[in-house]
Structures are given as structure tokens and as C-alpha cells.
Design a protein around this ligand. Structure first.
Ligand code: 13P
Length: 282
């Protein structure tokens, strides 16, 4: 099975109540490693790029890498643009063939976010691409106090945004944050159920790094069909490079360091795919 529309991957997962790992990659090595883990476990996979990665590598080079690496892939795979407030970058990625985008209008008023998101959905439909929407934004763990309550909009506001824009997936704030949690986060899982029951669309769970297996099971069961993982990849990739250098002082052999990093990223991706129930679902 080649690259497929993100809708196909997410809707199947939503119906089957398992989670698809949506993993942010940072370069060719990490893209290949995440795809290798998905193929090994016969799991569907969403590979994500941040705006920073698109700008540093270039949309054309990223897409050439993606096409080359997925040419003969036999699990469902899709390429997604994560948190993007910049309309030009959304257009650029859609033109190049990304399968989905997250329009991040969380810094705008809900009304302005809604108006722009309606335009993004219309643009994405021309390419058959999925759109994820958000209204609250996610802080980084370092910016949050231990007892901080999530800044949630009302359920009515969220439901109205979803219905008015026609987004395919919604990413609510439920006490989750980007980065490595200092302790197990307190999550408002009921909000996922409320949104799913009111709208019938899948939820994207952000801030996946550091959630517990029980939290993943619970949230996936409630309808979090797309689960974002970024920090865990960065840690696995960077730490493996550091450990390799430390264990091999004075040896400067890139291929052996790359092997160590690739194995660490594959282990991380394998672990998360399994935790989310994606193994064998290709
Ligand atoms: P983490 O970095 O906490 O895994 O969050 C990833 C994410 O939500 C990307 O949008």
C-alpha cells in the first residue's frame, strides 16, 4: 500500500478505536527510521514536519525524500504539516503534495481563526488533503505551572468551530503540553468524549511524549485517533548520538553514529506504535 490520504488512515483508526502514531521527523534519517518501524510492525503511520523543518530543509527536498522513501512502502503512510500559522507555508506544502495540514490559528481570535480555517479547508479540498484545526494552542511544559488548568474554550465554541470550518480532525487542549512532562499530566479526558459525541470527528492528541500507557489507552478509546509524538524522537535521536560519541572517544565515524541514532529512533517509534494499538493494523 503506497502513500494514502490522511483521512483514510485516521478514519479507519477512529472507527477501530486505535491510535495512529503521528511522529515529527527532523531529517532524512529520522524519516526513514519512523517508516521502517511502521513497516516492521505492519502499522499505519503519519509522518509530521514542523514549519521549522520545512523551512530548514525546504519543501521540495522534503517531498523528494518522502517520495523516494515511500515509493515501495507497503503500509498506509501519510505526510502531515504540524502546527502552521503561516498560510503561505500551508499553500507551499499542499502544492508539494503533503497529505494534511494543521492550521494553527490559536493566536487569532476564534472568529478570525474560523474565517481563515474555512479558507484553508477549501484550499486543502482541492488537493484531497485533510485539515486539522485548533482554537486553544498548546504551551510548552516549561511554560506551565504544576497546577495550571488547561485554557479550554467552551464545548459550544469548539463544536461551532468544527461545524463551521468543516475540519476533519480537531486538536483540543485537555491539559496536555509539548515537551517532557515533569510528572504525569492531569488530562481532561471527558472533553475528548464530549467533542467526539457532539461532532462525530476524530480528535488529535497533542503532547504525547511522556503520557502513560493507561492514558493512551483511555484517550484512544475515547476517539483520539491521531497521537502526536515529537519530543520523544528528539531525545532518542540526540541522546543516541551523544552516547555514541561518549562511548567512542576520538572516533569520528558518521555511519556508525547514524546507525546508533537510527536504531534508537526505531525503538522509540516501535514503542509508541505498540502503546497506541497500531501494530498489525496496516
Ligand atoms: P510532544 O513533543 O510533547 O511529543 O508533542 C508533540 C506534538 O504535539 C506535536 O504537535
Amino acid at each position: 500500500m503506497p502513500v494514502v490520504p490522511t483521512q483514510q488512515i485516521v478514519e479507519r483508526a477512529f472507527r477501530g478505536r486505535y491510535g495512529v502514531a503521528a511522529i515529527n521527523v527532523v531529517n532524512d534519517l529520522t524519516m526513514e527510521a519512523v517508516l521502517a518501524a511502521a513497516e516492521e510492525l505492519r502499522a499505519p503511520i503519519i509522518v509530521q514536519t514542523s514549519v521549522k523543518t520545512v523551512k530548514s530543509i525546504g519543501a521540495g527536498v522534503l517531498m523528494a525524500m518522502w517520495r523516494a522513501m515511500t515509493e515501495r512502502i507497503d503500509v498506509p503512510a501519510a505526510l502531515h504539516l504540524d502546527h502552521c500559522p503561516e498560510r503561505e507555508v500551508i499553500s507551499l506544502c499542499l502544492e508539494h503534495g503533503w497529505n494534511s495540514v494543521l492550521f494553527d490559528g490559536s493566536k487569532l481570535s476564534v472568529e478570525e481563526n474560523k474565517a481563515q480555517c474555512i479558507e484553508v479547508v477549501a484550499e486543502a479540498r482541492r488537493y484531497g488533503a485533510l485539515v486539522e484545526g485548533e482554537i486553544e494552542g498548546f504551551k510548552r511544559v516549561e511554560e506551565m505551572a504544576d497546577d495550571e488548568e488547561p485554557e479550554e474554550q467552551t464545548l459550544e465554541t469548539a463544536v461551532d468551530f468544527i461545524r463551521a470550518t468543516g475540519v476533519d480532525v480537531f486538536a483540543p487542549a485537555i491539559g496536555n503540553a509539548h515537551g517532557m512532562y515533569r510528572s504525569t499530566p492531569k488530562l481532561d479526558s471527558q472533553r475528548v468524549t464530549d467533542i467526539v459525541e457532539a461532532t462525530g470527528i476524530p480528535v488529535a492528541l497533542h503532547g504525547g511524549t511522556g503520557m502513560t500507557p493507561d492514558q493512551f489507552r483511555d484517550l484512544v478509546g475515547r476517539g483520539c485517533a491521531k497521537v502526536n509524538i515529537s519530543t520523544a524522537l528528539k531525545i532518542a535521536y540526540m541522546q543516541a548520538g551523544f552516547d555514541h560519541m561518549t562511548a567512542n572517544p576520538g572516533k569520528f565515524d558518521p555511519p556508525s553514529q547514524f546507525d546508533a541514532q537510527r536504531n534508537a529512533v526505531i525503538d522509540m517509534a516501535r514503542e509508541h506504535i505498540r502503546l497506541l494499538g497500531g501494530e498489525g493494523k496496516a
